[in-house]
Design a protein. Structure first.
Length: 375
C-alpha cells in the first residue's frame, strides 16, 4: 500500500493519509427501477491527506460490486490548496484510486472499472477553500486534461505500455494476439457537445466515446449520485422509452444538464486483471482503511463538509477539530487501530525539475494573433 503513495511523494517529504470505508449495503437505484440494481452492493471510501497540520487533499469514491466485477465510481475530488505540493493532486488521486483497485483484486475481482464524470466546481469536500487565496480551481477544460493525466497514470500502472505490446505483436502471429489488453480500448472519454477529443487523448489506449454501447439506455446505463445524466434516464424510464444506448449518448449533448456552458466529461477505465498482480499474497482484506457502519460513515462525512477552509489558520483549526472528533467517534468500532485509519508515508519520488508556472489558458490562441518577437 505504502508504495502506491510513496512513489508520487517527493523524497524528503511525508504526508499522512487517512482512509475510512463504510460497510457494504444493498443497492436500490443504480439502474433505476430495474431488478439489476439489487444484484449490486455498494460501499463508500473516503481518503483525506494531511500535510503538517492541514488537510490538503480529499477523495470520496463509491465501489459497486457484483460477482467478480467492481465499479469504482470516483464521486468527489478536492484540494484545499494549503500544502507545499510534495505531491501533485493528480498523483494523490491516482494513488487513492490504486489503493481501492488493489483491494478489489485482493478480494477476488476479475475486472475493475474506474468511472467518473468531471464537473469543475469551487469545492466539493473542503468548504470555502476556493476563497483562501491559495487554492487553484481548474476550469472545465483544465479539469478534463487533469483527469486524462490522472487516469493515464493508473492505466500505465496496470497495463503494459505500447512498446511492450508492439514487441509482443512482433513475437506472435497476428492470429494469436487476441488478449483483451491488446484488442480492447482501455480508457474512454466522452464530452457531450465536443465533436473531437483529439487534443485530449494521449495515445491509442484511449477512445473517444463510452464503454457502454449496446442495449436499451434505461437498462444499461448506471445512475450514480449527483449524476448529470440521471434526470434524462429517469425521464426515459417514466416514458417507458425504448431509446438505445447509442441514441442516448447522441442526444445527451442537447440536455441542459450537460451543455449549460460548462464542459462535462465522462470517463471510464477498464482494467482487466494484471497478470503479474494476479497473486495477492496473504490476507484477503487490506490492512488499511477502517470499515464503519454506514450511519457513522455518513455522520463523519457530513461533519467534514461543515468545516471551513477559508484561510490557512481556519483550515488548520478545522483539520484539528474534525480529526479529533472523528477519532473519538470511531475508537469503539470493531477492529479500530490507528494504523488502520492513518498512515504516514515518506516520499520516494525524485523532485520534478522546476518549471515556470503559467496561468491556465481558457481559450485556444487565435492563429492570427501576432507572434511575440524572440528576445
Ligand atoms: C470527479 C470529480 O470530483 S471532478 C471535480 C474535481 N474537483 C474540483 O473541481 C474541485 C476544485 N478543484 C480543485 O481542487 C483542483 O483544481 C484539482 C484538485 C481538481 C486540481 O488541483 P491542482 O492543484 O491544479 O492539481 P495538481 O496538483 O495535479 O496540479 C496540476 C498541474 O498544475 C500545476 N500547478 C499546481 N498549482 C499551480 C498553480 N498555483 N499555478 C500554476 N500551476 C500550478 C502542477 O505543478 C501540475 O503540473 P503538472 O501537471 O505538469 O505536473
Amino acid at each position: 500500500m505504502q508504495d502506491v503513495w510513496s512513489k508520487r511523494i517527493v523524497v524528503g517529504k511525508s504526508l499522512t493519509v487517512y482512509y475510512l470505508q463504510s460497510e457494504s449495503e444493498k443497492c436500490h437505484n443504480l439502474f433505476g427501477k430495474s431488478k439489476k440494481s439489487k444484484d449490486f452492493k455498494f460501499a463508500s471510501h473516503l481518503f483525506l491527506v494531511k500535510e503538517n497540520d492541514v488537510l490538503v487533499f480529499g477523495m470520496e469514491c463509491i465501489v459497486y460490486k457484483r460477482l467478480n466485477k467492481s465499479i469504482i465510481f470516483v464521486a468527489k475530488v478536492d484540494s484545499s490548496g494549503l500544502g507545499t505540493h510534495p505531491a501533485s493532486s493528480s498523483g494523490l488521486a491516482a494513488s487513492a484510486i490504486e489503493t481501492v483497485i488493489d483491494t478489489q483484486y485482493k478480494e477476488g475481482a476479475v475486472e475493475v472499472e474506474v468511472t467518473l464524470f468531471a464537473i469543475s466546481q469551487g469545492q466539493y469536500l473542503f468548504p470555502e477553500s476556493s476563497e483562501n487565496g491559495h487554492k487553484r480551481v481548474l476550469s472545465d477544460s483544465g479539469l478534463l486534461h487533469w483527469w486524462v493525466k490522472c487516469l493515464e497514470m493508473i492505466r500505465k500502472d496496470y497495463n503494459p505500455d505500447e512498446e511492450q505490446i508492439n514487441e509482443a505483436k512482433e513475437k506472435k502471429s497476428s492470429a494469436e494476439i487476441s488478449s483483451p489488453v491488446t484488442d480492447k480500448h482501455l480508457a474512454y472519454m466522452f464530452v457531450p457537445g465536443l465533436p473531437s477529443l483529439r487534443s485530449y487523448l494521449p495515445n491509442s489506449f484511449w477512445k473517444q466515446g463510452t464503454a457502454i454501447q449496446q442495449g436499451k439506455a434505461v437498462d444499461m446505463i448506471p445512475r450514480y449520485p449527483d449524476d448529470p445524466k440521471a434526470r434524462y434516464l429517469y425521464e426515459l424510464q417514466d416514458q417507458r422509452s425504448e431509446m438505445s444506448v447509442a441514441e442516448f449518448w447522441d442526444t445527451l449533448s442537447f440536455r441542459q444538464e450537460c451543455c449549460s456552458g460548462k464542459l462535462v466529461g465522462f470517463y471510464s477505465l477498464i482494467l482487466p486483471r494484471r497478470l503479474e498482480k494476479a497473486e495477492f499474497p496473504g490476507n484477503k482484506t487490506s490492512g488499511f482503511g477502517l470499515v464503519l457502519p454506514p450511519k457513522l460513515y455518513r455522520i463523519i462525512y457530513d461533519s467534514l463538509i461543515k468545516h471551513s477552509f477559508r484561510s490557512p489558520s481556519i483550515a488548520s483549526q478545522s483539520t484539528k477539530t474534525f480529526l479529533d472528533e472523528t477519532i473519538a467517534a470511531i475508537q469503539r468500532v470493531d477492529g479500530f487501530t490507528m494504523e488502520k485509519v492513518a498512515q504516514t508515508i515518506d516520499g520516494n519520488a525524485q523532485p520534478a525539475p522546476p518549471k515556470k508556472r503559467e496561468p491556465e489558458l481558457s481559450q485556444t490562441l487565435n492563429v492570427l494573433q501576432p507572434r511575440k518577437k524572440k528576445k
